[in-house]
Design a protein around this ligand. Sequence first.
Ligand code: UT7
Length: 324
Amino acid sequence: MTASVSAPVGFRFAGVGAALPEKVINNVDLTAAMDTTDEWIRERTGIGARHVGSSTSELSIAAAREALDRSGLQPADIGQVILATTSPDYICPGTAPAVAYALGLDCGAFDLQAACSGWVYGLVVANGLMLQGLDNILVIGAESLDRITDYTARDTGILFGNGAGAAIVQQDPTGNGRVLGWDLGANGAHVGILYSEHGGFLQMDGKEVFRQAVTVMQRSTNAALAMAGLTVDDIDLVIPHQANVRIVDAAWKKLGFSQEKTVMILERTGNTSAASIPLALADALHEGRLEPGHNVLFLGFGAGMTWASMIVRWEGTLTGTAAW
Ligand code: UT7
């Protein structure tokens, strides 16, 4: 698709899709492979089950197809694909071109690696591309973390699962839907607290990730709020990265967000990294929690460390997806 640089107005979601593999490993299943209990995992993380199987491209295609169907757009309308993932099908090439090909798209397509912050990074990049005249940008967050997770390891094996969420974002000529504020950040001093080598499994200093996550969630939220000229009370719904309910609780205590305004799907999915926020968005739509005029905060953090937030004034009346 060719863009012409023009003055765009607004930002809204045209369609959202989600995909989870059928196979589920619940906490009791894990007790066969490691010294743990359902009670411990629930109490320390809030996780009850995680999905495994399928590939990042397959999950991406399923979620994106649903987003496309629900948007009413045609493949030729899509101006760009951004695929946020930390578990691509191949080290080279990126997974996005194969996904675009399978969907019959004729546009640019690239992978974005910012770990669990990737999908929100993707939204910010999409907004920037709209300023260059592109429209109808498919932003996917997809993971097959079972490829890099050791399900016998007590620290990481309890946390991670597979899934994908996809959204098509577009210009909103009414100007009702808008990006009000955003923040992107990274601190490579913390590479060593969460990483996976080529061909290896995720290695993690869980306590340090926990501590850093709580800090950067506050920092990024405050930066996005400042750009938007809003306060915590002005936010109607928060969709945070789904890593550990205790991380969210600890950050919320400092920030002052309420649980009622927070979308949590962690119990059903575990940590799906770049997929977790779009999957939670799909769930919020399913539950009818988004209304035109709502101020919605997307808040991601993850390996790198990276962090990302975006505050959007919601426009549109989308509904939930088949995954929920
Ligand atoms: O997208 C970001 C991804 N990463 C994260 O979100 C990780 C953030 N960190 C965490 O979620 C937590 O640090 C964990 C859930 C990984 C671990 O929880 P914790 O509260 O930090 O546990 P701990 O490592 O301090 O261990 C506490 C106790 C220890 O026993 P003792 O020494 O007190 O007797 C551990 O041996 O719990 C034990 N333990 C377990 N017990 C049952 C550690 N892991 C397990 C387990 N099952 N899976």
